[in-house]
Design a protein. Structure first.
Ligand SMILES: *Cc1c(COP(=O)(O)O)cnc(C)c1O
Length: 400
């Protein structure tokens, strides 16, 4: 993969025809090192956020060995990572997926939020000599979403008496039993984890079950122009305090599953302006592509013009963006603040799209094909402190 100093350097040398996914593997490595150093347990990367080999390689190079997968395809992809510990954390799995995971790939960690799913797992992991004896089962609990951009509690999770009953039943068939939750993606304040852990406290007391593991899920924030979260260290402190007060053994194994926070900064999208109409720019990628969250959830990403040097005195004004498809919902309201002189033929770097950008892009209308490149400069926005040069390791290239 070709490397360039910056998006401006790349555009000057290549004038790309397709939109470009520009990875900064060093930024994924920095995020992973921060979590591995600061989180008091296993750090599992949520695979769905971005499965680019450049970023997975950087996470691996930084020391990430746990991965949260949620489908057979993710499983088959992630199983090629050497010494990876895979956890199948989707609460609703197909029977085929459970069999493939357990019998073909040796996965034994599963999430569930119903007795039906528990029964499915028990049935499909059965061997010739009877029920599996090595299952690690995590009961997914519904917790309130607080200051989250994308709440998840309405889709998955069990609570109250039903959760206590499920925990008791899981205990009877599991080698290790745990509790997991997800506070919702892009959660900007740590109180979401505080109240989640209060719910867990009640559940442990209600069920009387001794738990072996606790997985605080994902939801850790990144930074966007319109979403400035509390410092990540506050989230770790809140989790440590909450965990300390839980009625459970000291040696309970902790895990977290960040997706967004590990990769958001590590990819930019480079697009070309194909038309300008007032404060609206028509660009060559959009809501059916990497900018899905900008179109459908009003995410605002940092932007910069990269085709020519911008005079620092030039006026900066807000633009909205139209994607390339014929559909009128292919629209990103922004505001995306760019130089007033931006015009057809100019290129724009749209930063911090690494989480759920590449992952959500589709091929509607014949669009959705990208060039790939690696950039060596800093991401447009970062939540992580700068590291000394000598701390930064090389990402290991993965063989697939
Ligand atoms: C999506 C997901 C994650 C990652 O969430 P982020 O908000 O990206 O950190 C973690 N765990 C589970 C079970 C998920 O579904």
């Amino acid at each position: 993969m070709e490397k360039f100093a910056s998006a401006a350097d790349f555009v000057k040398k290549r004038s790309p025809v397709l939109p470009v996914l520009a990875a900064r593997p060093h930024a994924a490595g920095r995020a992973a090192r921060w979590f591995l150093e600061n989180f008091p347990g296993d750090v599992a990367y949520a695979y769905k956020a971005n499965a680019s080999v450049f970023l997975i390689g950087a996470l691996y190079g930084a020391g990430i060995r746990h991965f949260d997968v949620a489908s057979v395809a993710e499983l088959e992809d992630a199983i090629t990572i050497p010494n990876a510990n895979l956890h199948f954390m989707h609460p609703v799995k197909t029977r085929f997926a459970i069999r493939r995971a357990y019998h073909d790939f040796g996965l034994n960690t599963f999430a569930l939020d119903s007795e039906d799913e528990l029964q499915k797992i028990v049935e499909e992991t059965m061997g010739p000599s009877g029920p599996a004896k090595d299952l690690n089962l995590f009961v997914r609990v519904a917790v309130p979403a607080i200051n989250s951009r994308i709440p998840l509690e309405h889709k998955f999770g069990v609570s109250g008496d039903a959760a206590a009953q499920l925990l008791i039943k899981a205990r009877q068939v599991a080698a290790q039993v745990g509790i997991t939750f997800h506070v919702g993606s892009q959660t900007t304040t740590p109180d979401a984890y505080v109240s989640a852990l209060e719910e867990i406290h009640k559940l442990i007391v209600l069920s009387g079950v001794v738990i072996d593991r606790l997985d605080v899920g994902g939801g850790f924030p990144s930074v966007y122009p319109d979403s400035r979260p509390a410092p990540l260290s506050d989230f770790i402190t809140a989790i440590e305090d909450g965990v300390r007060s839980l009625p459970m053994r000291e040696n309970v194994r902790l895990m977290c599953e960040p997706g967004r926070a590990l990769v958001a900064e590590a990819e930019s999208l480079i697009v070309r302006v194909d038309a300008r109409r007032g404060n609206e720019l028509f660009i060559n990628d959009g809501g059916y592509g990497v900018l899905f969250d900008a179109a459908h959830l009003d995410f605002v990403y940092p932007v910069q013009a990269v085709s020519r040097p911008v005079d620092s005195r030039e006026e900066m004004i807000p633009f909205s963006l139209w994607g390339p498809t014929c559909d009128s919902i292919d629209y990103m309201a922004g505001p995306f603040v760019l130089p007033a002189s931006i015009q057809e033929g100019d290129y724009i770097e749209i930063g911090n799209v690494g989480a759920y950008g590449r992952a959500l892009a589709g091929r509607f209308n014949g669009y959705g094909a990208y060039d790939d490149v690696i950039l060596l400069d800093a991401p447009l926005l970062s939540i992580y402190p700068d590291e000394a040069e000598d701390q930064v390791g090389e990402g290991l290239p993965l063989s697939s």
